[in-house]
Write a protein that binds this ligand. Structure first.
Ligand code: NAP
Length: 244
């Protein structure tokens, strides 16, 4: 079996490559550093030769709707066109729990993820969509993204962070054993409010930024699974945060 990881040298991609290689699976890394550009198509034909499965863990720094949509959708279209020619049988995409719902429907980057899901669902290569909640290790980055003029603006809405290794294992499982066509969500074992999680994380890091709680606009459960999901077993590394 040969797996092409689109974004194979990124945070998720490099861990997934290690995981699959440890299972004896041949991996081709598809990133800019590998000389492959999924947007211009450079290097794709050669890289996809003999590939059975694409795992798409690409990312873009573009957070505006136009940039994110054109990146995520364009990548699916190019991977589908070249993948079909190469006889690829399964295209797995990593998305985010809650994109396209409630408040999250207004966020430019999330609109890119919605476009990505839609494009792969309607593409000719059978697809699987894995949706993860925020990675636990990503919470400090999320706090920075919520910081305005030195204060952290935190909604009183739910967050259920998951350990990245457990997402990697699910992606590996999808690549090796899952039949195409499913949509699977994964979240961590505990659900918190954003503001509580942010305060505890900052305190643990000795960061004295003030956290300002703001009401959740709409339903508080937008960014956590609302239906069946796989529950990670690894708890958030800080104890004592109230759970919901
Ligand atoms: N952060 C979270 O909590 C979270 C939760 C759920 C889902 N996700 C999803 O996880 C996915 C992966 O995130 P990540 O943090 O691993 O991203 P990352 O570290 O930024 O890696 C992104 C990869 O995409 C590659 N790439 C970018 N533009 C490319 C192009 N034109 N052609 C080929 N490769 C290109 C980069 O290649 P180079 O390194 O060579 O530039 C890099 O390997 C994202 O889609 C994100 O939405 C994240």
């Amino acid at each position: 079996m040969k797996v092409f990881i689109a974004g194979g040298r990124g945070r998720v991609g490099s861990l997934l490559a290690d995981n699959l290689e440890a299972k004896g699976i041949e991996v081709v890394s598809g990133g800019l550093e590998d000389g492959i550009d999924v947007i211009s198509g450079k290097g794709l034909t050669e890289a996809l030769a003999g590939v059975d499965t694409i795992v798409n863990v690409l990312n873009t720094p573009r957070f505006d709707a136009e940039g994110a949509i054109s990146f995520f959708e364009g990548a699916i279209n190019n991977l589908t066109a070249e993948g079909e020619r190469a006889g690829v049988r399964h295209h797995i995409v990593l998305s985010i729990v809650g994109v396209g719902q409630g408040d999250a429907s207004e966020v430019g980057y999330y609109l890119g993820k919605v476009a990505q899901e839609k494009a792969v669902r309607s593409a000719s290569i059978p697809a699987t969509i894995i949706r993860a909640t925020q990675f636990q290790s990503y919470i400090p980055v999320l706090i920075d993204q919520h910081t305005v003029d030195g204060k952290v603006i935190a909604p009183r809405s739910f967050v259920q962070p998951v350990e990245l290794d457990e997402v990697i294992e699910l992606l590996a499982e999808a690549a090796t054993t899952l039949e195409p066509g499913s949509e699977v969500e994964i979240a961590g074992p505990d659900r918190f409010y954003h503001d509580d999680l942010f305060r505890a994380t900052l305190a643990d890091r000795g960061d004295d930024r003030e956290v300002v709680t703001v009401d959740a606009e709409g339903a508080p459960d937008v960014m956590v699974p609302r239906g069946a999901y796989r529950t990670g077993t690894v708890r958030y590394p800080i104890t004592g945060i109230p759970t919901v």
